[in-house]
Design a protein. Structure first.
Length: 312
């Protein structure tokens, strides 16, 4: 198996078996607010960026969009281990970074400062880090870079782009919200909608009601999450999952629910918005992360302070 240029193992964290764990890979810009540093990199170049990071290696970076998601994931791990100290099916958070090992010291120090249970840091410098995701068992990849996300999706890894925003937290349990079409499900109905309009999409759904939809780019991650959730009774679960879809419940909800049931996917609550803005319901749910393929829905989520991730 090919290895990144440099790997830093966090000895403060129990190492997990990637064959059994739910491995979530995040980039440094997804966890921490590195927008000023990224601007410096774009304007002054890699060497100036590296000098800045090394000079500030003992100054913790402020939290970024995925920060409270990782904190909530750690809570899930604690609950699982309280229930069964021998359990191997845990979340495993790893960082993939295009930093050099020298400029990456600040990232490692920041994670330790906040007590983030990140097991490994992979520094790949100028390489395409997504080539290492599948060989390292990654089930979800979160990045602030669109190209990285597209590359990961093309490599068959569930992935989404996060946008920097001010996030409040932490809170528990872990709450994850998914859009339906082109996220959990394939985009087949979206294609019909684009070609034949809303009425055509409704007719298509009625005709296909008994046929489960195809898999979307985040189905695999949702299934792993659901499997982990089944370790608990519903009322005791440290994980809650939501479907928040633009579909109408009356005309297009049945097939979505039948597909979820056919997959054996646990969803706590489903909201069929019938094209209405998703922001208000997301403000009520307050998920730690919301996945959607529509940038207008991502913007709506950001407007109500919900950490969101775009699935392009």
């Amino acid at each position: 198996m090919a290895e990144p240029e440099s790997t830093v193992i966090n000895t403060d964290v129990k190492q997990k078996d990637p064959k059994e764990a739910l491995v979530v890979a995040v980039t440094a810009r997804a966890i921490f607010d590195l927008e000023e540093e990224h601007k410096l990199y774009l304007e002054k170049g890699k060497e100036e960026y590296a000098r800045h990071q090394q000079a500030n290696q003992d100054n913790p970076l402020p939290p970024g969009t995925a920060f409270i998601f990782i904190q909530a994931v750690q809570y899930v791990n604690r609950m699982i281990l309280e229930s069964n100290p021998e359990e191997k099916e845990l979340f495993d958070i790893v960082v993939f970074s295009n930093n050099s090992p020298e400029s990456g010291v600040r990232i490692v120090n920041s994670a330790k400062f906040y007590g983030l249970e990140i097991s490994k840091f992979y520094f790949v410098s100028d390489e395409d880090s997504t080539q290492y995701l599948k060989p390292h068992g990654v089930k979800l990849f979160l990045s602030a870079d669109r190209t990285d996300v597209l590359n990961a999706l093309q490599r068959g890894v569930s992935a989404a782009q996060v946008f920097q925003q001010d996030i409040q937290g932490p809170s528990i349990p872990l709450r994850v919200a998914f859009d339906g079409d082109a996220v959990l499900f394939s985009d087949e109905t979206d294609q019909v909608f684009r070609e034949q309009g809303l009425e055509g999409a409704k007719q298509y759904e009625r005709a296909m009601e008994a046929v489960p939809m195809g898999e979307g780019p985040l189905k695999a991650f949702a299934m792993h999450l659901g499997k982990m959730r089944q370790k608990f009774r519903q009322e005791d679960s440290p994980i809650r999952t939501y479907l928040v879809t633009a579909r109408s419940g009356r005309d297009m909800g049945t097939r979505a629910l039948k597909t979820i049931r056919e997959w054996g996917l646990d969803i706590d609550e489903a909201f069929f918005m019938d094209g209405a803005p998703k922001g208000p319901i997301l403000a009520q749910i307050q998920p730690h992360i919301f996945f959607d393929d529509g940038l207008h829905n991502i913007q709506g989520a950001q407007n109500v302070g919900v950490p969101s991730a775009w699935v392009p």
